[in-house]
Design a protein around this ligand. Structure first.
Ligand code: GLU
Length: 506
């Protein structure tokens, strides 16, 4: 048997360090066994998936030093490697399940579903909800579908007994069947959900081992049921422990930068980041901290994975990065890294248009543009005080925080979109745009005036902007839990009122 593993990111956002972590372990396991490692794009969520996210994920994984034998960019014998290009396969698979009785059509409307869910919850039932269409005779189901009634296709699940899942790291995991829901497999628009597409693709791509985050354990019973229904061999499951914030909660961008782009922009070396991810849940037999990919590969062994929640601690990563910077590179390599990082045409090419009108000599450029090359900006509370039109520190903190929340929804991080979001935020908060933007200049550049703000934010990138804004807010006073709740509620209400007002205007 040839070992074949895969990483299957959904292109719905920035490239996440967790994706690189899972990819690294899949890569090592496949290569250790002389097998193949595949990259598959799971873009069944048509609304949230974007081409730019896919491109960034591929670039980021390559940047950390990983490569794959098959994938959307390199092709391969089991393609296409993008789920949106495989729709027919899933529809056929769903039809097979309907015919064999392992799945059924459910004709509930969205409103009916919401109501049924509420009633189910109110009833205090511990078992999963059952669709009223579970046992609809096939002829009737066919007739309704032929008449054009909208439906989804759901998985038929046993209601009695216990499902037993084998996980390579955890052994047998038992789940009562009556807690497994009748998962939607095919949506009313004919697109598959993750579960159907994932199983169908793992089978057709001859995947032998699935290494993925432990958040997917709860999906395993449904997947097992699907493999049995199709009569396919299920890959071996290896659920890797989730990365955690230092407070042990699940790694989240609210508490920690999670985008690989952030670490790239901050001047971390790809070797150091990959090395650090290799130290999440795994260790070298001699416990050495610094190692490269080939060394990890040489010693890789699933039995050395430990299940205690690995903490992704930026301070430790910084330490390891320092080791790499000091001892891991020749002088030439070092110079090359600095060029790759920021001293290159592409990056300078973005900054120069913003500063050239203000420089008489090239030496004027450095002070004008230095904040593009910095990490967090050194600020004192008084730097963020005395803005015209802003009454208090709390007002400044609220402006920055609400704006940051508002910016989170932006799909493409670029100047025009940023401007539109901040303009809207000013309207929602009832302040002049000029007033709203003043603290941004300081938070981002350390100065009261700097390069054009929206372009500047575009170049700095979402994660650096988020980190600097948070740092500015913290410089005045960190947001307390109570404040967080209160502000979130007020923000939601203000946004809703704004939307309603716009609707009323027609
Ligand atoms: N598309 C899923 C994700 O985004 C893949 C999960 C899996 O590996 O099965 O993580």
């Amino acid at each position: 048997m040839t070992v074949r593993t895969r990483v299957a990111p959904s292109p719905t956002g920035d490239p996440h360090v967790g994706t690189a972590y899972v990819a690294l372990f899949n890569y090592c396991f496949a290569k250790k066994h002389g097998g193949q490692f595949i990259l598959r794009i799971e873009d069944t969520d048509q609304v949230r998936s974007t081409a730019s996210s896919e491109r960034m994920i591929l670039e980021a994984l390559r940047w950390v030093g990983l490569s794959w034998d098959e994938g959307p960019d390199v092709g391969g014998p089991h393609g296409p490697y993008r789920q949106s290009e495989r729709a027919e396969l899933y529809q056929e698979a769903a039809a097979t399940l309907l015919d064999s009785g392992h799945a059924f059509r459910c004709f509930m409307t969205a409103d009916e579903l919401t109501e049924a869910r509420a009633a189910h919850q109110a009833s205090g039932a511990t078992q999963s909800m059952i669709s009223p269409y579970t046992d609809l005779p096939r002829a009737e189901s066919d007739a309704r579908a032929a008449a054009g009634d909208a439906f989804v296709i759901r998985l038929r699940t046993p209601r009695e007994g216990t499902c037993v899942i084998q996980d390579r790291l955890r052994g047998a995991i038992e789940v009562p069947w009556d807690q497994v829901d009748q998962q939607v497999l095919l949506k009313s628009d004919g697109f598959p959900t993750y579960h159907l597409a994932n199983v169908v693709d793992d089978h057709h791509m001859a995947i032998t081992h699935v290494l993925r985050g432990e958040e997917w354990i709860s999906s395993a019973p449904k997947h097992q049921l699907l493999y049995q229904a199709f009569g396919w061999q299920m890959p071996e499951l290896v659920h890797l422990p989730l990365l955690r914030n230092p407070d042990k909660s699940k790694l989240s961008k609210r508490k920690n930068p999670t985008s690989i782009l952030y670490y790239q922009r901050m001047g971390f070396l790809p070797e150091a980041l990959l090395n650090y991810l290799g130290r999440m849940a795994w260790s070298m037999p001699d416990e050495r901290e610094q190692f490269d990919l080939s060394e990890m590969l040489e010693h890789f062994d699933l039995d050395r994975i430990s299940l205690g929640g690995p903490v992704f601690d930026v301070t430790k990563l910084e330490w390891l990065n320092g080791v790499w910077l000091r001892d891991g590179l020749t002088e030439d390599e070092y110079a090359q890294r600095v060029m790759d990082w920021a001293f290159n045409r592409e990056f300078l090419g973005q900054i120069i248009p913003l500063v050239r009108q203000r420089a008489n000599k090239l030496t004027d450029l450095a002070p004008l543009a230095s904040f593009f090359l910095q990490g967090l900006i050194d600020l004192k509370p008084e730097d963020l005080q005395g803005f015209k039109g802003i009454e208090s520190d709390d007002e400044t903190r609220r402006i920055l925080t609400w704006s940051l929340w508002h910016l989170e929804a932006l799909a493409e991080w670029e100047a025009d979109g940023i401007q539109a979001v901040l303009r809207e935020m000013a309207e929602i908060m009832g302040v002049k745009l000029r007033v709203l933007l003043a603290p941004f200049f300081v938070a981002l550049s350390g100065q009261r005036s700097s390069t054009p703000l929206f372009q500047t934010m575009g170049i700095l990138g979402k994660d650096i902007v988020r980190a600097r804004i948070r740092h500015a807010v913290d410089t005045l006073a960190p947001i307390s839990k109570k404040e967080q709740g209160r502000w979130q509620k007020a923000y939601d209400q203000a946004v809703a009122a704004h939307v309603a007002a716009l609707a009323a205007q027609g």
